[in-house]
Design a protein around this ligand. Structure first.
Ligand code: PGA
Length: 252
């Protein structure tokens, strides 16, 4: 069944004590009152995963990572494998984020490999796609995301695909304060769902959660989430303050 999801992508932010504070505040607020119809995922830096899973244990928080190695194990300095994530009880992992594509030259092919590794260890990939500003200005946004999906996901079987969460993140909206309009988000989400329908059928398309990401905040979340094909958000900046993040969670 399609789920509403709000996922916080902390990126490279927070010192240990700050991460501890934020997680405790989230737990407290979510315990007090939170909509039952939304899953809350927190994706801290690797270093704080154990802290997050400990605090999340008897709370509504689910824990995700921000990246995974494309290799299994061995001499890959600095990498963290899917099996390691599984051993730390991580259930979700962001892959293909535009910052990884931009600063680490990640390709669709590498993202496909990472998706495979995660699925092998029962971790749900949150797969990001989205166009840069120039591509949107040239009207290429649909072509771009179709290529990203085809090359990073459409090798999966229907069963494997049922574990995927998709995130549409127009690159021009990430960290810029420039949100896609509700209509732009809905238009793209509907297009993404239509691609999935064509490839995997109506059920797979209907059951897929598609999150919007890119300057989504407490003020605009309600309007974005009200769209039929927008099933939640992948939140960067606004996930770093408990109050803001909880407001977004409660926007459903
Ligand atoms: P932002 O980031 O909410 O700060 O724009 C979203 C993301 O990159 O996942």
């Amino acid at each position: 069944m399609r789920r509403n999801i709000v996922a916080g992508n902390w990126k490279m932010n927070k010192l240990f004590s700050e991460a501890d504070d934020l997680l405790f505040s989230l737990k407290e607020e979510l315990d007090k009152k939170s909509s039952k119809n939304v899953d809350v995922i927190v994706c801290p830096p690797f270093l704080y995963i154990e802290l997050a899973t400990d605090i999340a244990e008897d709370s509504k928080i689910l824990v995700g990572a921000q990246n995974v190695s494309k290799f299994d194990d061995g001499a890959f300095t600095g990498d963290v494998s899917a099996s390691m994530l599984q051993s730390m009880e991580v259930e979700y992992c962001i892959v293909g984020h535009s910052e990884r594509r931009k600063y680490y030259s990640e390709t669709n092919e590498e993202i496909a490999i990472k998706v495979n590794k995660l699925l092998e260890f029962d971790i749900s990939p949150i797969v990001c796609c989205g166009e840069i500003l120039l591509e949107r200005e040239q009207g290429l946004q649909f072509k771009v995301v179709e290529k990203q999906l085809t090359e990073s996901l459409f090798h999966l079987s229907k069963e494997e695909f049922s574990n995927i969460i998709l995130a549409y993140e127009p690159v021009w909206a990430i960290g810029t304060g420039k949100t896609a309009s509700a209509a732009q988000a809905q238009e793209m989400h509907a297009f993404l769902r239509s691609l999935v329908k064509k490839k995997y059928g109506q059920n797979a398309a209907q059951n897929l959660s598609i999150l919007y990401g890119g300057s989504c905040n407490a003020a605009n979340a309600k309007e974005l989430f009200a769209n039929i094909d927008v099933d939640g958000g992948l939140i960067g900046g606004a996930s770093l303050k408990a109050e803001d993040f909880i407001k977004i969670v409660n926007s459903f």
